[in-house]
Design a protein around this ligand. Sequence first.
Ligand code: FES
Length: 172
Amino acid sequence: MLYDKHKAEIDAILAKYPSKRSALLPMLYIAQDEYGRLDRDSIGEVAEILDLPPTDVYEVAGFYTLFYNEEVGKIVLDVCDDVPCCFCGAEELVADLENRLGVKAGHTTNDKLFTLRRVKCIAACDQAPVLQANLEFHNKVTPDKVDTLLAELRSEIESGKPISISGRFAEH
Ligand code: FES
C-alpha cells in the first residue's frame, strides 16, 4: 500500500500543510510514480490518506495532462512537435526515436522503459528541437544525439536511482 511504502515521505508532506487536502498534488506524484499511472485504485488510496472523497481526487488528477490514467514507462519522452521545433527537425527526431525504440509516438516500449509522446510547445523554442525526459529538458536534440541520450537514460534506469515520472525529485 502507498502509505506503508512511503510513510516517511508522506508524513513529512502532510506535516507541511494545515489541511490534508493541500497535500493532494504531492500525494498524486507519489502515487503516479509508484503505480506508473493514476487509476481507480491508486486514486482511492490517495483519497483515503487525505480523508477526501475519491471524486475530489479525480477532479484534480483529470485536470492536469501530466497525470496519466494509462500506464507509462519509467521514462516519459515528450517531444515537442510544434511549428518552431518542426522547422528545426522535430519530425525527423520523432521518426528516429520511433525507430530506435520500436514504438510509435503515443505508446510505451514492450520492456516498459520508455513512453514516447508528442507534445506542443514546452517553452524552449530557442533550443529547438527540444524534448523532455521525465520533465527534464534536453535541448537541440538532433538525431545524431539520440543514441547517447537513450544510453544515458538507460543507464540512469539501471543505476537503481529513484526515478520520477512526475517531477517529484525536481527540487532536490
Ligand atoms: S515550439 Fe518546441 S519548444 Fe516551443
